[in-house]
Design a protein around this ligand. Sequence first.
Ligand SMILES: Cc1ncc(C[n+]2csc(CCOP(=O)(O)OP(=O)(O)O)c2C)c(N)n1
Length: 313
Amino acid sequence: MTLVREFELRAIEERRNGLIPGFIHPCVGQEATAVGACLALAPADVITSTHRGHGHLIGKGGDPRYMMAELAGRSTGYCLGRGGSLHIADFDLGILGANGIVAGGIPIAVGAGLAFHLRGEKRVALAFFGDGAVNQGAFHEAANMAGLWKLPVIFMCENNLYGEGTPQHKQAPIADLAARAAGYGFPGIIVDGNDVLAVYEAVRMAAERARAGLGPTFVEGKTYRQRGHYEGDPMVYRTQEEMEYWKARDPVVLFRRRLLEAGIFDEQTLDKVHQDVLRQLDEAVEFAKSAPIPKAEEALLGVYGDTHNGLVF
Ligand SMILES: Cc1ncc(C[n+]2csc(CCOP(=O)(O)OP(=O)(O)O)c2C)c(N)n1
């Protein structure tokens, strides 16, 4: 979680410094859903991600160097600098792609789940998506098919209370989005999305169910994005009190406290982990800076049939 948090803060800083062009959508405040869910999966399982995907990618083992280079549009990035923050994929790690289309990753995960089911493989596909995505047609079609055929899919909803600037109560007539799973014949579980262990346990159980051939589970993690929808969003749509309430429930701080209270790690060890993360990010920024910008004449290279990092373009 520390790597996710610090990656986001560093990316924000490097965007201000001019290294990163375009938009980034940080997941600060949502680290527990990303990391808890990914840790409950096996390496052979796959995920699909969203426009707010940096945490999902790091959780599934993404290399911060290739990620930072991709954000910076450099040719050593995960997608040769062509995808940017919104479209990172690494098939070797089971990351089928972040996605700029709201709900776009959900049918892709169901397609992967269908493939696992047909091949008799005990693998699981997990789709990350936000509360806004649950109102898209793509979610409903995919959920219906997964429920009908009992596919090994986990619908991992990060309910951060907003779709851009629209609060959740103005997007949907129900507060608990997990209730929608019942309409498609599978369970919906609600967890504290700021508690990494609660998310881990819910997804672990969902993965076990999927591997046993019992079909999908919808896991709704109640969480909050502490920053704007995108970096630079003036955030006029919410109150200081609300932001402070959630800041006091910061998942990274809560987990650190829990580890200390349980005597699992001491302050010194956790500080060392933090320092190591900062060093990794210095390296990632240097890696990005030292890489060339892709040449214009290479724009069409790899569009048809070539591969990079196991990815077919
Ligand atoms: C199909 C589609 N409609 C609209 C948009 C514009 N858009 C980008 S992010 C977003 C809000 C998504 O909210 P949510 O699914 O809750 O995810 P969050 O940003 O909260 O992580 C919207 C409407 C889009 N990218 N794709």
